[in-house]
Design a protein around this ligand. Structure first.
Ligand SMILES: Cc1cc2nc3c(=O)[nH]c(=O)nc-3n(C[C@H](O)[C@H](O)[C@H](O)COP(=O)(O)OP(=O)(O)OC[C@H]3O[C@@H](n4cnc5c(N)ncnc54)[C@H](O)[C@@H]3O)c2cc1C
Length: 383
């Protein structure tokens, strides 16, 4: 269908919401993004965007062939925790190239591209609910105003409230895993930057460089059940972080010594949504399929969603048909990636003899391991 002039409201100005706004605006829709925050900001942390996400960023003209702001990845080193011994080197995925982005930089690139195309942003606009009418969707804001649009897309993140409009209340499951994140200044530029994944019993640390290798991004995950706060903005105690990862030596031990301002949050699990859309309102990104961070794919999946959603409008004759086609196409892939991320949590945290056996296997098959996930990285939503 031709969506020229169609009124579309996007709830949430994160990576998924802005990418969807851009893809729909580029097809002529009148798009407004409703974002609850007063400013579009992202927490100071990194994101790995693999080729399946990069193809969408290129197709949306957010980045060029040589993407600015990202650091190209040359693979991942798997290390053991005590002295940081190298267990195996995983080459970068054979499909295209993966880039390390500062979240704020990626969001800024998307935001600027959306403004250039004429997407309208309403900041400080918290959406409380959506309603489906026979030929419209209604978006209810916290200041009491109600907006009528032809179609609403809820990209309001892993704790989506709009998901409840479609699926009813759900109780998330605490994973008994807690994540720390931080960035530190970095001065060791190398020709071929890599991520390091350092594995210990019940915990692991991922590090990779950002912003022209001037910052080091750190995500540390520990199995722990006494911390259940889910928000991203809670500051943690750096000494507590160091104490909890005190047995981590080698390069990562040195990096942890420099952390000054970590954040901490508990990881909760919500399943892929049972119902993604009702013919007028659809979920996108983490709102539809929250994923644990262990495959580094949540933002990439949100980018894929954005492209597939917009293309479903090209291919279908009406809004209901487009949203149904979008759900049908996205559900199987997102389920499979979410399951792969869940399985990795267990693999990274093995204890005792299981850990040593897994390391021996990794030494032997490590270089081929990236190929196991080719189906993730080589997926091209834009063809
Ligand atoms: C530690 C960690 C590391 C990760 N690393 C990677 C990685 O390397 N690669 C990768 O691809 N993914 C990664 N992810 C996942 C990625 O961060 C998310 O999947 C991605 O940000 C989801 O984007 P989104 O737009 O769906 O949601 P969000 O980024 O959560 O955006 C939702 C937006 O909606 C707004 N909002 C919420 N409710 C309302 C409302 N009621 N009204 C208006 N606005 C609202 C919020 O303020 C927010 O701006 C990681 C996640 C974690 C936790």
């Amino acid at each position: 269908m031709n969506i020229n002039g169609l009124k579309i409201g996007i709830i949430g100005g994160g990576i998924g919401g802005i990418a969807a706004a851009l893809a729909l605006r580029q097809r002529g829709a009148q798009v407004t993004v409703f974002e609850q925050a007063a400013e579009l900001t992202e927490v100071g942390a990194g994101l790995q965007i693999s080729e399946n996400g990069m193809v969408v960023l290129r197709a949306l003209n957010v980045v060029g062939e040589v993407p600015e702001a990202g650091v190209r990845s040359y693979g991942t080193e798997l290390r053991d925790y005590r002295a940081g011994r190298l267990v195996s080197r995983l080459p970068a995925p054979s499909a295209g190239a993966t880039y390390y982005y500062h979240r704020a930089d990626l969001l800024d690139l998307l935001h600027r591209a959306a403004l250039r195309e004429g997407v309208v942003f309403r900041l400080g606009a918290r959406v409380l609910q959506t309603r489906k009418h026979p030929s419209e969707a209604e978006i209810g804001l916290d200041d009491g105003t109600r907006m009528r649009v032809d179609c609403a897309i809820a990209a309001d993140g892993g704790r989506s409230e709009i998901r409840t409009d479609l699926n009813g209340p759900e109780t998330p499951e605490f994973t008994r895993q807690v994540a720390w994140r931080a960035t530190i200044p970095w001065e060791h530029r190398v020709e071929k930057p890599k991520a390091a994944l350092t594995m210990g019993p019940g915990r692991h640390v991922v590090t990779y460089p950002l912003r022209d290798q001037m910052l080091m991004n750190i995500v540390a995950i520990e199995e722990r059940s006494d911390w259940r706060e889910e928000g991203w903005r809670r500051r943690g105690d750096p000494e507590d972080l160091r104490a909890r990862f005190a047995e981590f030596g080698g390069p990562v031990g040195e990096i942890l010594k420099q952390v000054q301002d970590p954040h901490i949050w508990a990881l909760f699990l919500r399943p892929v949504a049972r119902r993604w859309q009702n013919g007028r309102v659809a979920l996108l990104g983490d709102a539809a399929h929250p994923t644990l961070p262990f495959m580094a794919q949540g933002a990439c999946l949100a980018l894929e969603d954005a492209w597939v959603l917009a293309r479903s409008f090209d291919e279908q004759s009406g809004i209901r048909q487009a949203l149904t086609a979008y759900e049908t196409r996205r559900r199987p892939r997102t389920r499979k990636v979410v399951a792969a991320a869940g399985a990795n949590a267990r693999n990274f945290h093995l204890r005792g003899p299981m850990r040593l056996a897994a390391q021996a296997a990794l030494m032997a098959i490590g270089p081929r391991l990236s190929r196991k996930y080719d189906w993730i990285y080589s997926y091209d939503a834009t063809v």
